[in-house]
Design a protein around this ligand. Structure first.
Ligand SMILES: [Zn+2]
Length: 456
C-alpha cells in the first residue's frame, strides 16, 4: 500500500510530467477522474468542476446538491448516488441510506480521497454495468459529502479558516475532553452546522455513516468520549469480524481506546444523537505526500473494498424483525420472531390496530437479540380483536437510545393461531406436549371452520 509513495517520488524526481504517471493505464488501475489527475492536491475548484461533470454526464444516478457554504463561501457538495429512475426498491420498500463525508481536516487528503474514490467507483461501475453496483444503486441511496472543509483543504491545514477543529465542533459532549480549538460553541462553524442540518433533514434514517480521515490506519467506532463499548457493540464487533476475516486486517476499535479520548466529533454525534451506526475511517498511517501524485485506486484499494462491504450490506446494520407466527390464548400472546439484522433491539412492542391504524392494544416492550429467533410470551389480557384489525411491530432499530423507531405491519400471511382454554388448547409451554398439539390443531381447525362460516 505504501510502496506507491516511493514510486511517486521517483517519478517526480526524474522530472517526468505528472500526466505520464497515468497516461498508459488501463481503466481499472488508472487514477480515475478528470480534471483532478492533473492536480497535485484536489482543490475545491477542481472538485467543483468534477462533481458537476459527474452530474451532467450521469443524470440517471448522480444528483448533486450544495448543502451550504464554508466560512469563505465555498459550496459544500453532496453527490447523491442511486438509480433515480426508481423511487423505491422493486418490492416497494424504501431504499437503504448511506451517508459518507470526507475532509473535516483539510490536510488529511487521503481521507477526502477515499470519499471521492467511493463515489467515483459507483459512478464508473454503473457505466460499466457492474452487477454489484446495479444491486447497490437500485436498493440504496449513497450520499457523499466529499470535502467538508474546502477552506482548510485549499491551504492544506487541519483547521477551518477560523482555526477551529471541525471534528470537535459537534453538539455531542462538546468541549468536555482535553481538546484544542473546538470553536466558540457547538456548531459555531458553517461547515459543521451544514453537515448536521443535512443529517437531520436529508438522511435522518441512514443505516450507516462513515466519516473519512487519515493519519492512522484504523477504523474507529463510538465512543470517543468514553472508553466503554457502545450499546450496539455486537453490531460493531460483527462488522470487525467480517472485515478482518474476509477483507482487511485494519484494526477496528472503540475510538477512545483505539486512538485517544475525543469529544464533539461527528462520529459520536452521528451515533449518540442521530442513532446511526458510525465509523471514523482513518485511511492510512502516512499522510499524502505534499506535491506528489498517486494512483488512488492502488493506494486505497483495500480501504475501498471495506467501504464496498459496508455499503453492500447496509441492510443488515439494524434490527430486522420478522414475525413467523402469532398465537393467541385467553390471556397470553406468543410470537415467534426472527431478527435477520446484525443489531439487537431492546425496545419492541406488538400492536393490534384497527383498519384506520388506530391502536387497539399494545404489548409491553421486549428485546430481540441480533441474528436470533425468539419465542416471546406477552400478557394479552386486555386484547379484544375486531373483524378487520391487524398486527404490527413498533420497535427501535438499534439499542442506542437515539436510534430511530419503525412501525412495520405483520404480513397478513403470517399464521395467527387462536386458541382458548375452553377449547383445551393451551398456548405456551403446553404447545410442546404432543397430545396438546394434536388437540390444539383440531381446535384450530374447528375454530377456523367456525370463523369461515361466520363470515358467510
Ligand atoms: Zn482527521
Amino acid at each position: 500500500m505504501r510502496v506507491a509513495v516511493g514510486l511517486v517520488l521517483c517519478l517526480l524526481l526524474s522530472g517526468l510530467p505528472v500526466a505520464s504517471a497515468q497516461s498508459d493505464s488501463n481503466e481499472d488501475t488508472a487514477w480515475p477522474g478528470d480534471p483532478i489527475d492533473s492536480h497535485v492536491h484536489m482543490t475545491w475548484a477542481a472538485l467543483t468542476l468534477e462533481v458537476n461533470e459527474w452530474a451532467d454526464n450521469n443524470p440517471d444516478i448522480v444528483d448533486l446538491v450544495s448543502v451550504g457554504e464554508s466560512e469563505l463561501g465555498k459550496s459544500l457538495w453532496v453527490v447523491r448516488l442511486s438509480d433515480w429512475s426508481v423511487e423505491t426498491k422493486a418490492n416497494g420498500n424504501a431504499k437503504e441510506i448511506v451517508y459518507i463525508d470526507g475532509g473535516h481536516h483539510g490536510n488529511e487528503y487521503l481521507g477526502t480521497s477515499l470519499a471521492w474514490l467511493t463515489a467515483k467507483w459507483y459512478i464508473d461501475g454503473w457505466a460499466e454495468g457492474k452487477q454489484e453496483v446495479i444491486d447497490v444503486l437500485q436498493n440504496t441511496e449513497v450520499h457523499v459529502l466529499i470535502m467538508l472543509n474546502p477552506d482548510g483543504n485549499d491551504i492544506d491545514t487541519r483547521w477551518n479558516i477560523n482555526q477551529v477543529d471541525l471534528n470537535r465542533n459537534y453538539d455531542h459532549y462538546w468541549n468536555t475532553c482535553p481538546t484544542t480549538q473546538p470553536g466558540s460553541s457547538a456548531f459555531s462553524e458553517s461547515e459543521t452546522a451544514a453537515n448536521s442540518a443535512y443529517m437531520n433533514t436529508e438522511v435522518p434514517d441512514a443505516d450507516l455513516y462513515v466519516t473519512m480521515h487519515t493519519g492512522v490506519w484504523i477504523m474507529l467506532y463510538p465512543w470517543g468520549k468514553w472508553p466503554e463499548q457502545p450499546a450496539d457493540w455486537e453490531l460493531y464487533h460483527q462488522i470487525r469480524e467480517d472485515v478482518n476475516n474476509d477483507i482487511s486486517s485494519i484494526p477496528i476499535q472503540n475510538a477512545n481506546q483505539g486512538l485517544y479520548p475525543n469529544c464533539g466529533t461527528s462520529r459520536d454525534y452521528g451515533y449518540g444523537v442521530m442513532g446511526y451506526p458510525t465509523f471514523t475511517f482513518e485511511t492510512d498511517d502516512e499522510q499524502f505526500v505534499p506535491g506528489s501524485v498517486e494512483n488512488l485506486n492502488e493506494r486505497l484499494a483495500e480501504e475501498l473494498d471495506v467501504m464496498k462491504y459496508l455499503i453492500s450490506n447496509v441492510w443488515y446494520w439494524r434490527a430486522r424483525l420478522d414475525v413467523q407466527s402469532l398465537e393467541i390464548s385467553d390471556d397470553e400472546i406468543t410470537i415467534d420472531v426472527s431478527n435477520y439484522g446484525q443489531a439487537s433491539t431492546s425496545n419492541v412492542s406488538l400492536r393490534y390496530v384497527d383498519v384506520n391504524g388506530e391502536q387497539l392494544w399494545e404489548s409491553p416492550f421486549f428485546a430481540v437479540n441480533a441474528t436470533n429467533s425468539s419465542m416471546i410470551a406477552l400478557d394479552g389480557k386486555n386484547l379484544s380483536m375486531t373483524d378487520d384489525g391487524s398486527w404490527e411491530l413498533y420497535y427501535q432499530v438499534r439499542v442506542i437510545e437515539s436510534s430511530r423507531w419503525v412501525t412495520e405491519p405483520i404480513n397478513a400471511s403470517v399464521p395467527v393461531i387462536i386458541g382458548s382454554e375452553e377449547d383445551n388448547f393451551l398456548i405456551g409451554y403446553g404447545l410442546f406436549n404432543p397430545v396438546t398439539m394434536i388437540a390444539g390443531f383440531a381446535a384450530i381447525a374447528a375454530l377456523l371452520q367456525r370463523e369461515e362460516s361466520d363470515e358467510e
